[in-house]
Design a protein around this ligand. Structure first.
Ligand code: AKG
Ligand code: FE2
Length: 315
Protein backbone atom coordinates (compact mmCIF):
# COMPACT_ATOMS: atom_id res chain seq x y z
CA UNK A 1 0.00 0.00 0.00
CA UNK A 2 1.34 3.44 -0.93
CA UNK A 3 2.31 5.74 1.91
CA UNK A 4 1.60 9.48 2.02
CA UNK A 5 3.40 12.57 3.32
CA UNK A 6 0.82 15.18 2.44
CA UNK A 7 -2.93 15.38 2.27
CA UNK A 8 -4.19 16.26 -1.21
CA UNK A 9 -6.42 19.26 -1.89
CA UNK A 10 -9.10 18.43 -4.48
CA UNK A 11 -11.29 21.03 -6.16
CA UNK A 12 -14.65 19.30 -6.58
CA UNK A 13 -16.48 22.10 -8.41
CA UNK A 14 -16.89 19.85 -11.47
CA UNK A 15 -19.00 17.39 -9.45
CA UNK A 16 -21.80 19.95 -9.53
CA UNK A 17 -21.67 20.45 -13.28
CA UNK A 18 -23.23 18.31 -15.93
CA UNK A 19 -19.93 17.02 -17.23
CA UNK A 20 -19.48 13.28 -16.72
CA UNK A 21 -15.87 13.29 -17.96
CA UNK A 22 -14.78 16.00 -15.51
CA UNK A 23 -16.73 14.34 -12.69
CA UNK A 24 -15.00 11.06 -13.52
CA UNK A 25 -11.59 12.70 -13.26
CA UNK A 26 -12.41 14.23 -9.88
CA UNK A 27 -13.78 10.90 -8.68
CA UNK A 28 -10.56 9.19 -9.73
CA UNK A 29 -8.50 11.69 -7.71
CA UNK A 30 -10.80 11.22 -4.74
CA UNK A 31 -10.46 7.45 -5.12
CA UNK A 32 -6.65 7.65 -5.08
CA UNK A 33 -6.75 9.84 -1.95
CA UNK A 34 -9.11 7.36 -0.23
CA UNK A 35 -6.74 4.50 -1.11
CA UNK A 36 -3.60 6.20 0.20
CA UNK A 37 -4.13 8.80 2.94
CA UNK A 38 -7.82 8.09 3.55
CA UNK A 39 -7.89 11.88 3.97
CA UNK A 40 -8.25 14.78 1.54
CA UNK A 41 -9.35 18.41 1.51
CA UNK A 42 -12.15 19.63 -0.73
CA UNK A 43 -12.40 23.12 -2.19
CA UNK A 44 -14.93 24.29 -4.78
CA UNK A 45 -17.57 22.47 -2.71
CA UNK A 46 -20.28 25.10 -3.20
CA UNK A 47 -21.19 25.48 0.49
CA UNK A 48 -21.79 29.24 0.92
CA UNK A 49 -19.33 31.06 3.17
CA UNK A 50 -22.11 32.51 5.38
CA UNK A 51 -23.29 28.98 6.16
CA UNK A 52 -19.77 28.01 7.27
CA UNK A 53 -19.22 31.25 9.19
CA UNK A 54 -22.68 30.80 10.71
CA UNK A 55 -21.92 27.42 12.23
CA UNK A 56 -18.56 28.59 13.60
CA UNK A 57 -20.24 31.62 15.16
CA UNK A 58 -22.99 29.41 16.58
CA UNK A 59 -20.39 27.13 18.17
CA UNK A 60 -18.52 30.09 19.69
CA UNK A 61 -21.83 31.44 21.04
CA UNK A 62 -22.79 28.11 22.59
CA UNK A 63 -19.47 27.38 24.30
CA UNK A 64 -19.54 30.89 25.72
CA UNK A 65 -22.86 30.25 27.53
CA UNK A 66 -22.64 29.84 31.30
CA UNK A 67 -21.65 26.30 32.31
CA UNK A 68 -25.04 25.79 34.01
CA UNK A 69 -26.83 26.46 30.72
CA UNK A 70 -24.63 24.03 28.85
CA UNK A 71 -25.09 21.44 31.61
CA UNK A 72 -28.87 21.76 31.29
CA UNK A 73 -28.48 20.13 27.87
CA UNK A 74 -26.21 17.35 29.14
CA UNK A 75 -26.34 14.29 26.90
CA UNK A 76 -26.91 12.28 30.09
CA UNK A 77 -30.46 13.66 30.06
CA UNK A 78 -31.11 12.60 26.48
CA UNK A 79 -32.56 9.20 25.61
CA UNK A 80 -30.88 9.39 22.20
CA UNK A 81 -27.29 10.74 22.42
CA UNK A 82 -28.26 14.35 21.64
CA UNK A 83 -27.04 17.42 23.54
CA UNK A 84 -23.97 18.65 25.40
CA UNK A 85 -20.95 16.51 26.29
CA UNK A 86 -18.91 18.18 29.06
CA UNK A 87 -15.13 18.27 29.13
CA UNK A 88 -13.40 14.99 29.88
CA UNK A 89 -16.46 12.73 29.65
CA UNK A 90 -15.58 9.60 27.74
CA UNK A 91 -16.02 5.86 27.85
CA UNK A 92 -14.20 3.45 30.16
CA UNK A 93 -10.46 3.22 29.62
CA UNK A 94 -10.36 6.41 27.56
CA UNK A 95 -8.10 9.12 28.98
CA UNK A 96 -9.36 12.56 29.96
CA UNK A 97 -10.01 14.71 26.91
CA UNK A 98 -9.51 18.45 26.57
CA UNK A 99 -12.71 18.79 24.64
CA UNK A 100 -16.38 19.68 25.09
CA UNK A 101 -19.04 19.05 22.47
CA UNK A 102 -22.60 19.66 21.34
CA UNK A 103 -24.14 17.00 19.14
CA UNK A 104 -27.24 16.41 17.11
CA UNK A 105 -28.60 13.99 14.57
CA UNK A 106 -31.84 13.89 12.54
CA UNK A 107 -34.52 15.73 14.56
CA UNK A 108 -37.36 13.25 15.03
CA UNK A 109 -40.59 13.82 16.93
CA UNK A 110 -42.71 11.44 19.02
CA UNK A 111 -44.72 10.28 15.99
CA UNK A 112 -41.67 8.95 14.19
CA UNK A 113 -41.99 5.15 13.97
CA UNK A 114 -38.43 4.52 15.21
CA UNK A 115 -38.95 6.89 18.16
CA UNK A 116 -42.24 5.17 18.98
CA UNK A 117 -40.44 1.83 18.86
CA UNK A 118 -38.03 3.11 21.53
CA UNK A 119 -34.87 3.32 19.40
CA UNK A 120 -32.02 5.06 21.26
CA UNK A 121 -30.59 6.31 17.95
CA UNK A 122 -33.72 8.23 16.96
CA UNK A 123 -35.34 11.16 18.73
CA UNK A 124 -35.51 14.91 19.18
CA UNK A 125 -32.54 17.26 19.14
CA UNK A 126 -32.03 19.49 22.18
CA UNK A 127 -31.66 23.27 22.01
CA UNK A 128 -30.72 26.09 24.37
CA UNK A 129 -33.72 28.13 25.49
CA UNK A 130 -32.87 31.37 23.70
CA UNK A 131 -31.10 29.59 20.88
CA UNK A 132 -33.23 30.21 17.81
CA UNK A 133 -30.34 31.63 15.76
CA UNK A 134 -28.14 28.81 17.02
CA UNK A 135 -30.67 26.22 15.90
CA UNK A 136 -31.15 27.84 12.50
CA UNK A 137 -27.39 28.01 11.88
CA UNK A 138 -26.96 24.32 12.78
CA UNK A 139 -29.95 23.11 10.78
CA UNK A 140 -28.81 25.11 7.75
CA UNK A 141 -25.33 23.66 8.08
CA UNK A 142 -26.66 20.11 8.53
CA UNK A 143 -28.64 20.43 5.26
CA UNK A 144 -25.63 21.80 3.40
CA UNK A 145 -23.51 18.90 4.68
CA UNK A 146 -26.15 16.36 3.68
CA UNK A 147 -26.08 17.73 0.12
CA UNK A 148 -22.28 17.68 0.05
CA UNK A 149 -22.15 14.16 1.47
CA UNK A 150 -24.48 12.95 -1.29
CA UNK A 151 -22.09 14.34 -3.91
CA UNK A 152 -19.13 12.72 -2.18
CA UNK A 153 -20.97 9.38 -1.98
CA UNK A 154 -21.55 9.54 -5.73
CA UNK A 155 -17.85 10.30 -6.29
CA UNK A 156 -16.85 7.37 -4.04
CA UNK A 157 -19.16 5.10 -6.04
CA UNK A 158 -17.70 6.24 -9.38
CA UNK A 159 -14.17 5.81 -8.02
CA UNK A 160 -15.04 2.22 -7.12
CA UNK A 161 -16.45 1.53 -10.59
CA UNK A 162 -20.05 1.43 -9.34
CA UNK A 163 -23.11 3.31 -10.55
CA UNK A 164 -22.91 6.92 -9.31
CA UNK A 165 -26.01 6.52 -7.13
CA UNK A 166 -24.89 3.23 -5.57
CA UNK A 167 -24.63 4.42 -1.96
CA UNK A 168 -27.69 6.70 -1.92
CA UNK A 169 -30.31 4.07 -0.91
CA UNK A 170 -28.27 3.37 2.24
CA UNK A 171 -28.65 7.00 3.39
CA UNK A 172 -32.41 7.65 3.38
CA UNK A 173 -32.85 8.21 7.15
CA UNK A 174 -29.20 8.30 8.10
CA UNK A 175 -27.64 8.02 11.56
CA UNK A 176 -25.48 10.95 10.58
CA UNK A 177 -24.23 13.04 13.50
CA UNK A 178 -23.11 16.67 13.58
CA UNK A 179 -20.84 17.73 16.45
CA UNK A 180 -19.57 21.13 17.52
CA UNK A 181 -16.21 20.69 19.24
CA UNK A 182 -14.44 23.16 21.49
CA UNK A 183 -10.80 22.56 22.40
CA UNK A 184 -9.55 25.01 25.03
CA UNK A 185 -5.93 26.08 24.65
CA UNK A 186 -3.74 23.30 25.89
CA UNK A 187 -1.05 24.04 28.47
CA UNK A 188 2.34 23.17 26.92
CA UNK A 189 3.12 20.73 29.75
CA UNK A 190 -0.27 19.01 29.55
CA UNK A 191 0.12 15.58 27.97
CA UNK A 192 -3.61 14.91 27.61
CA UNK A 193 -4.85 15.31 24.05
CA UNK A 194 -7.92 17.07 22.71
CA UNK A 195 -8.69 13.82 20.93
CA UNK A 196 -6.22 10.96 21.18
CA UNK A 197 -5.34 8.78 18.17
CA UNK A 198 -8.43 7.07 16.78
CA UNK A 199 -10.19 6.15 13.59
CA UNK A 200 -13.75 7.31 12.85
CA UNK A 201 -16.47 4.68 13.25
CA UNK A 202 -18.88 5.54 10.47
CA UNK A 203 -18.78 5.79 6.70
CA UNK A 204 -16.89 9.07 6.30
CA UNK A 205 -16.47 12.47 7.94
CA UNK A 206 -16.70 16.03 6.62
CA UNK A 207 -14.70 18.22 8.99
CA UNK A 208 -14.73 21.99 9.25
CA UNK A 209 -11.82 23.32 11.31
CA UNK A 210 -11.08 26.91 12.26
CA UNK A 211 -7.67 28.49 11.68
CA UNK A 212 -6.06 27.12 14.90
CA UNK A 213 -4.57 23.91 13.52
CA UNK A 214 -3.72 20.86 15.62
CA UNK A 215 -5.20 17.98 13.60
CA UNK A 216 -2.63 15.30 12.70
CA UNK A 217 -2.94 12.18 10.56
CA UNK A 218 -0.72 9.12 10.94
CA UNK A 219 0.91 7.72 7.83
CA UNK A 220 1.92 4.09 7.49
CA UNK A 221 5.49 4.85 8.54
CA UNK A 222 4.01 6.05 11.85
CA UNK A 223 4.77 9.73 11.26
CA UNK A 224 2.20 12.33 12.22
CA UNK A 225 1.33 14.53 9.21
CA UNK A 226 -0.27 17.90 10.04
CA UNK A 227 -3.66 18.49 8.42
CA UNK A 228 -3.12 22.25 8.57
CA UNK A 229 -6.14 24.49 8.02
CA UNK A 230 -6.73 25.30 4.33
CA UNK A 231 -9.00 28.36 4.00
CA UNK A 232 -12.38 27.63 2.42
CA UNK A 233 -11.94 23.87 2.61
CA UNK A 234 -13.35 20.85 4.41
CA UNK A 235 -11.28 17.84 5.44
CA UNK A 236 -12.84 14.56 4.30
CA UNK A 237 -11.80 11.25 5.82
CA UNK A 238 -12.84 7.64 5.40
CA UNK A 239 -14.21 5.85 8.47
CA UNK A 240 -14.11 2.22 9.57
CA UNK A 241 -17.43 1.40 7.98
CA UNK A 242 -16.40 2.58 4.52
CA UNK A 243 -13.11 0.73 4.90
CA UNK A 244 -15.08 -2.43 5.55
CA UNK A 245 -17.58 -1.64 2.78
CA UNK A 246 -14.70 -1.45 0.28
CA UNK A 247 -12.73 -4.38 1.73
CA UNK A 248 -9.94 -2.01 2.77
CA UNK A 249 -9.53 -0.44 -0.67
CA UNK A 250 -10.44 2.84 1.04
CA UNK A 251 -8.54 3.28 4.30
CA UNK A 252 -9.68 4.55 7.69
CA UNK A 253 -6.61 6.37 8.96
CA UNK A 254 -5.75 7.20 12.59
CA UNK A 255 -5.73 10.87 13.52
CA UNK A 256 -5.55 13.00 16.68
CA UNK A 257 -5.87 16.59 17.86
CA UNK A 258 -3.89 18.69 20.32
CA UNK A 259 -4.68 22.40 20.44
CA UNK A 260 -1.33 24.11 21.03
CA UNK A 261 -2.39 27.33 19.29
CA UNK A 262 -2.71 29.24 22.55
CA UNK A 263 -6.38 30.09 21.85
CA UNK A 264 -9.68 28.28 21.68
CA UNK A 265 -10.14 25.91 18.76
CA UNK A 266 -13.50 25.10 17.17
CA UNK A 267 -14.11 22.26 14.75
CA UNK A 268 -17.31 20.82 13.34
CA UNK A 269 -17.28 17.20 12.19
CA UNK A 270 -20.23 15.78 10.26
CA UNK A 271 -20.11 12.00 10.65
CA UNK A 272 -21.96 10.43 7.71
CA UNK A 273 -23.53 7.14 8.79
CA UNK A 274 -26.04 5.02 6.86
CA UNK A 275 -29.59 4.19 7.98
CA UNK A 276 -30.22 2.06 11.06
CA UNK A 277 -31.68 -0.67 8.86
CA UNK A 278 -28.83 -0.60 6.32
CA UNK A 279 -26.91 -3.82 5.92
CA UNK A 280 -23.53 -3.33 4.35
CA UNK A 281 -22.03 -6.00 2.17
CA UNK A 282 -18.65 -5.34 0.58
CA UNK A 283 -18.88 -3.68 -2.81
CA UNK A 284 -15.86 -5.45 -4.24
CA UNK A 285 -16.49 -9.06 -3.31
CA UNK A 286 -18.14 -11.29 -0.76
CA UNK A 287 -15.31 -12.29 1.53
CA UNK A 288 -16.42 -10.19 4.51
CA UNK A 289 -19.50 -10.79 6.65
CA UNK A 290 -22.36 -8.33 6.12
CA UNK A 291 -22.46 -5.56 8.72
CA UNK A 292 -25.73 -4.35 10.27
CA UNK A 293 -25.19 -0.61 10.37
CA UNK A 294 -27.61 0.36 13.18
CA UNK A 295 -26.39 -1.99 15.92
CA UNK A 296 -22.79 -1.21 14.98
CA UNK A 297 -23.15 2.57 15.31
CA UNK A 298 -25.32 2.16 18.41
CA UNK A 299 -22.67 0.04 20.13
CA UNK A 300 -20.03 2.69 19.36
CA UNK A 301 -22.26 5.46 20.77
CA UNK A 302 -23.05 3.49 23.91
CA UNK A 303 -19.32 2.99 24.49
CA UNK A 304 -18.53 6.66 23.83
CA UNK A 305 -21.32 8.16 25.98
CA UNK A 306 -22.18 5.49 28.53
CA UNK A 307 -24.29 7.84 30.63
CA UNK A 308 -26.44 8.90 27.72
CA UNK A 309 -28.60 5.94 26.78
CA UNK A 310 -30.71 4.83 29.71
CA UNK A 311 -32.55 2.32 27.57
CA UNK A 312 -30.89 -1.07 28.04
CA UNK A 313 -28.85 -2.31 25.13
CA UNK A 314 -30.59 -4.88 22.94
CA UNK A 315 -29.61 -8.45 23.76
O1 AKG B 1 -11.38 18.34 15.64
C1 AKG B 1 -10.83 17.77 14.71
O2 AKG B 1 -10.09 18.38 13.92
C2 AKG B 1 -11.01 16.30 14.48
C3 AKG B 1 -11.96 15.66 15.42
C4 AKG B 1 -12.07 14.19 15.23
O3 AKG B 1 -11.20 13.54 14.71
C5 AKG B 1 -13.28 13.49 15.65
O4 AKG B 1 -14.12 14.11 16.35
O5 AKG B 1 -13.45 12.31 15.30
FE1 FE2 C 1 -11.96 11.63 14.09
Amino acid sequence: MTDFWRIPVIDIAALQQDDAVAAGQIAARIGRACETAGFFYVTGHGVPEPVVDGVLAAAAWFFDRPQAERDALDVAGSPCFRGYVPMGITGPGVPHRLLEAFQLMLDLGPDDPDVRAGSVMHGPNRWPEDGLDFRMALETYYSAMTALSDRLLDAFARALGLDAGYFRPYFTKPLTQLRLLHYPPQPPDEDAMGVEAHTDTGAFTILLQDASGGLEVRNRAGEWIAAAPVPGSFVINIGDMMQRWTESRFVSTPHRVANRSGRDRISVPFFANPDYAAVITPVTGDRTEPLACGPYVEAAYRAAWPRAARTPAPV
